[in-house]
Design a protein around this ligand. Structure first.
Ligand SMILES: NC(=O)C1=CN([C@@H]2O[C@H](COP(=O)(O)OP(=O)(O)OC[C@H]3O[C@@H](n4cnc5c(N)ncnc54)[C@H](OP(=O)(O)O)[C@@H]3O)[C@@H](O)[C@H]2O)C=CC1
Ligand SMILES: CC(=O)C(=O)O
Ligand SMILES: [Mg+2]
Length: 586
């Protein structure tokens, strides 16, 4: 093997399989191996010198195609597909072939690409994951691996992992239990870590914990990729999660971020409570969603001009998303000078049994919901609740499509000069209402945002721009801050700081167009600014372990983030004296 074969881009981390020794920046690949490695592969962008030095000559067509032309070629192919699932498969194929090209394409075309690699298409891809599955990506840890979780983590070929997104597949978007098919979610979320916040992909690890599935269709699906058994629950499940958390710390250290994603409600809250003080962890569905929704509420007030304390908030759903939002909203209201008691009075929730009131005919109120239970007559139908409560802000996160009926939307416009309506359920098929329904029923008065994207709406000669109220505006930036300055305990206040940061970035132009979030095409700069704000919050509140505090955070982050440019694989030219000037050993 030539000396040059040891040369690879800086910052890449690999493991020398023969010595098990960690080598930073120098994977030992040569020839066809380089082309087959998506981290190293540059396709036809390899220069003639590189081809000759790295044993690639003849393995590629003779033409040299630089990255700009490769991007053009990818986009030409992308547009050829006539449906989003094929586009998803195409993009995953690109990720498997050339990581730098994949991230360049995603980053430069984020508005076009996010609906493909993320919601809504990722939902469909998860439902068909057995068919979509091509190459392994991420780790699968099953209930049968109890006692061996650390060994499985050791099979991951990267020794320095900074962030893990983990799911157990029980509540994938609003699509229910998709078991091991849920792997599409950690993979998609981590793609956004890189695309939105520039976190190097090599430091990210998607994990699916497979304890079975209760989805009968999947158990009968010949293509199913997970364990064909019912979900294991109770002490054995807890033991596996516990072993997993400890194994992550043992393998990757206590600074490794663990983002919980799309766990079932009954596990999400209790696992967050169990681990939040002792591990570097957060639950995206509870806390990330809370921050994005509170940001949207704060900026919507700039349009409605109704002071935070004078709003009435009604949630359809009282699960991870709604309770997370409601609790952070209480903090935001208290931060604005109100008492917690008054803040709680402003917030109403509806669950599957109707309005959450103290005395319910269909059983009591439990868990996190208790805080928000009201002294009010029980009401079953959302339409009746809206009529009775007259909310200023209506938020849906129950995955009941069409829950915001025309009557509800019209009532919201009747009760408010400018109603605020957020249909947060994902994917699009689960949205409480569409953007078009909302603008039509409210005669264009509503401020609207949705979890999955809707196109702009033309109505009576006016154009309406719905915002995307999705935790994707939060988790990449928060993760970047956590990783970059080593925040080990991610408090609720971190998420409030993130919400305030995001709300601050909404411009007058956004508000004039009825948008309560920055434009999606700006999500990269938004995530970096959010990371900077969270970092400042962390240092000001003694949450950051990285010392000394960087004097220029933007510069500090710039050095940290992933660069999609190809780097030369040729050995550096050393500044040695001429050969005949070298001292000769006597
Ligand atoms: N936009 C975003 O960024 C995010 C969106 N979401 C979306 O929010 C949705 C819910 O997620 P999540 O909160 O985690 O799920 P959960 O399972 O934790 O909560 C669902 C809630 O909906 C309630 N519900 C079910 N049926 C009805 C009904 N007919 N009427 C009223 N309420 C009902 C449930 O009631 P009960 O408590 O009685 O069972 C429960 O409170 C999903 O579609 C998810 O994709 C989630 C996270 C982020
Ligand atoms: C966006 C997200 O996290 C969800 O729908 O679950
Ligand atoms: Mg989620």
């Amino acid at each position: 093997m030539s000396v040059a074969a040891n040369i690879a881009p800086e910052g890449q981390i690999t493991k020398n399989s023969s010595t098990k020794e960690v080598i930073i920046g120098r994977p030992r690949s040569y020839g066809i191996e380089i082309l087959r490695n998506p981290i190293l592969n540059k396709g036809m962008a390899f220069t003639l010198e590189e081809r000759q030095t790295l044993g690639l000559h003849g393995l590629l067509p003779p033409a040299l195609v630089d990255q700009d032309k490769q991007v053009y070629q990818v986009m030409q192919n992308f547009y050829r597909w006539d449906n989003d699932l094929d586009r998803f498969i195409f993009m995953i194929g690109l990720q498997d072939r050339s990581e730098k090209l994949f991230y360049r394409v995603i980053t430069e075309n984020i508005e076009l690409m996010m609906p493909i690699i993320y919601t809504p298409t990722v939902g469909l891809a998860c439902q068909k994951y057995g068919m979509v599955y091509r190459k392994p990506r991420g780790l699968y840890i099953t209930i049968h691996d109890l006692g061996h979780v650390y060994d499985i983590l050791c099979n991951w070929p990267v020794d320095i992992v900074k962030a893990i997104v983990v799911t157990d597949g029980e509540r994938i978007l609003g699509l229910g239990d998709l078991g091991a098919y849920g792997m599409g979610i950690p993979v998609g979320k981590l793609s956004l870590y890189t695309a939105c916040a520039g976190i190097p992909p090599q430091s990210c690890l998607p994990i699916t914990i497979d304890v079975g599935t209760n989805n009968k269709d999947l158990l009968n699906d010949p293509l199913y990729i997970g364990l064909r058994q019912k979900r294991v629950t109770g002490p054995e499940y807890d033991k596996l999660i516990d072993e997993f958390m400890k194994a992550v710390v043992k393998r990757y250290g206590e600074s490794c971020l663990i983002q919980f994603e799309d766990f079932g409600n009954h596990n999400a809250f209790r696992l967050l409570e169990k681990y939040r003080s002792h591990y570097c962890t957060f639950n995206d569905d509870i806390q990330g969603t809370a921050a994005v929704a509170v940001a949207g509420i704060l900026s919507s007030l700039m349009i409605t001009k109704v002071c935070l304390k004078n709003n009435v908030f009604l949630f359809q759903g009282a699960g991870e998303a709604s309770i997370g939002i409601a609790k952070l909203l209480v903090k935001a209201i208290v931060a604005s000078g109100q008492t917690e008691e008054n803040a709680l009075k402003q917030i109403w929730l509806v669950d599957s049994k109707g309005l959450i009131v103290k005395k319910r005919p269909k059983g009591g109120v439990e868990g996190e919901k208790v805080l928000f239970a009201k002294d009010h007559q029980p009401l079953d139908k959302l339409e009746d609740v809206v009529e009775s409560i007259k909310p200023t802000v209506l938020i849906g996160a129950a995955a009941i499509p069409g829950a915001f009926t025309e009557k509800i939307l019209k009532d919201m416009a009747k009760f408010n000069e400018i109603p605020v309506i957020f249909a947060l359920s994902n994917p699009t098929s689960k949205a409480e209402c569409t953007a078009e329904d909302t603008y039509k029923a409210t005669d264009g008065k509503a401020v609207f945002a949705s979890g999955s994207p809707f196109d702009k709406v033309e109505l009576k000669g006016k154009t309406f721009h719905p915002g995307q109220g999705n935790n994707a505006y939060i988790f990449p930036g928060v993760a970047l801050a956590v990783i970059a300055v080593d925040i080990r305990c991610i408090t609720e206040e971190v998420f409030l700081a993130a919400a305030e940061s995001l709300a601050k970035m909404v411009t007058k132009e956004d508000l004039a167009e009825g948008r309560v979030y920055p434009k999606l095409c700006q999500i990269r700069s938004v995530s970096l600014q959010l990371a900077e704000d969270v970092i400042n919050y962390a240092y000001n509140n003694n949450l950051a372990y990285h010392y000394p505090r960087p004097s220029n955070i933007q510069e500090f982050l710039r050095d940290f983030i992933y660069n999609t440019d190809y780097e030369s694989y040729l050995p550096p030219v050393y500044n040695w004296p001429k050969y005949n000037e070298l001292p000769i050993n006597a």
